[in-house]
Design a protein around this ligand. Structure first.
Ligand code: MLT
Length: 384
């Protein structure tokens, strides 16, 4: 091989076929990196470091690839606020959606309505508009579908997360605790490398030059699946079904689940081989905001018990808590008790990273030419 031959990154054998592209390098990612042992970092900043930043700082970082100065942050917040107006027809149309539709189906509809009423077809502009407008759509769908009443008027000058909490208007909710939790939740879920399913799908659809809104709708369809974003909904239900925070009860429950070959929700990850630092941040947050909550205590005790029991099986490569292990118990304790909405909250946050990666693939990579339309190949089988 000559000195300037391209480096071989991955040898593909027939055993790799039909394995969901697991581990195949297919592109480059400018927003975030997932290390199997230390977890995700955004543009070189560890998730633990960023967990207490202003959420808008992290949005800026993912889109501009540097942390904003104080002046840049003020200007960025004002810019997002100025982009946040949602066409009233979007909210009216949400009111006509069937309540039996899952909140993620409502979100996909809402994103396409945003596109139909406000797209510019400039990926960069649409990325920022979408980040600024999605809180209004999500808060409205939450209120309409939950029967909480009319949508609440936006006050974008409050800040992205603060305004979202204000527009949610959770009945009986504690806005201060919920804001504290959602500021962290929003940052933790924004991005997770280039190859997770929803991000990959969004970028693939955008590579055919579908606009940002349609691409994001497709990405959210990817997130909707139980093996991807919907796992956070299933995880709270799993913790509830333990019925006790007593470590011995938890151990019995986990062993019985494993004997039935059931999933241990919230544990294991395709890439991570240590506790997900996004879980670590949330365990600590739970000790601050809801230390005595029974479901949080169940999740906190499961952290030790599940890892210990799962490690008994040498075939389990990733027995550690992932981002979903505890998030549902915190949302529940802060007043968002219906787990059907948890994937929508994940989506609200992940829109930030997916939008940044779509912009990078369309406008910056390959010296500005953009990534080519995705077109992989399949080996023919049983075709004569
Ligand atoms: C995550 O946030 O953990 C994911 O999007 C799943 C993944 O990285 O494959």
């Amino acid at each position: 091989m000559s000195e300037d031959s391209p480096k071989v990154l991955f040898e593909i054998t027939e055993n790799h076929l039909n394995t969901g592209l697991r581990g195949f390098p297919v592109g480059t990612c400018r927003t975030s990196k997932v290390d199997p042992y230390t977890g995700v970092s955004y543009v070189g900043h560890s998730i633990g470091e960023m967990a207490t930043w202003d959420p808008e700082e992290v949005v800026f970082l993912l889109h501009n690839k540097h942390r904003p100065s104080a002046d840049e942050l003020v200007a960025f917040k004002a810019d997002l606020a100025s982009r946040s107006k949602v066409d009233p027809s979007v909210i009216e149309l949400l009111k006509s959606l069937p309540p039996e539709g899952h909140p993620m189906e409502w979100l996909m509809a809402g994103l396409n309505l945003l596109g139909m009423t406000g797209k510019t077809s400039d990926f960069q502009q649409d990325a920022l508009n979408l980040i600024a407008r999605s809180p209004t759509v999500i808060a409205a769908l939450y209120r309409i579908r939950s029967g909480w009443g009319e949508p609440i008027a936006s006050q974008p000058e409050l800040g992205l997360v603060e305004n979202f909490v204000h527009m949610l208007g959770v009945p009986g909710g504690d806005e201060v605790a919920l804001t504290k939790l959602l500021r962290t939740f929003y940052i933790l879920h924004m991005d997770h490398g280039g190859g997770n399913l929803s991000t990959f799908v969004g970028k693939a659809v955008a590579s055919g030059l579908a606009d940002m809104y349609a691409s994001m709708g497709a990405a959210m369809a990817g997130l909707y699946g139980a093996r991807h974003g919907k796992a956070n909904q299933d995880c709270l239900n799993f913790i509830k079904s333990v019925g006790s925070s007593d470590p011995e009860e938890i151990e019995r429950f986990i062993r019985a689940s494993l004997a039935r070959h059931d999933l241990i929700y919230g544990f294991g990850h395709a890439v991570l081989r240590a506790e997900d630092p996004r879980a670590t941040v949330q365990y600590a947050l739970g000790e601050e905001i809801c230390p005595d909550d029974e479901l949080f205590r169940t999740a906190a005790n499961m952290r030790e018990v599940a890892v210990r029991v799962l490690k008994e099986n040498p075939k389990v490569h990733s027995p550690y808590p992932n981002v979903d292990a505890v998030s549902g118990t915190l949302l529940n304790a802060a007043g968002l008790t219906d787990s059907d909405y948890y994937t929508v909250l994940f989506g609200w946050s992940r829109i930030v990273g997916i939008a940044a990666q779509i912009v990078d693939e369309r406008l910056h990579l390959r010296d500005g030419k953009g990534v080519a339309i995705y077109r992989c190949s399949y080996k023919a089988e049983n075709q004569g």
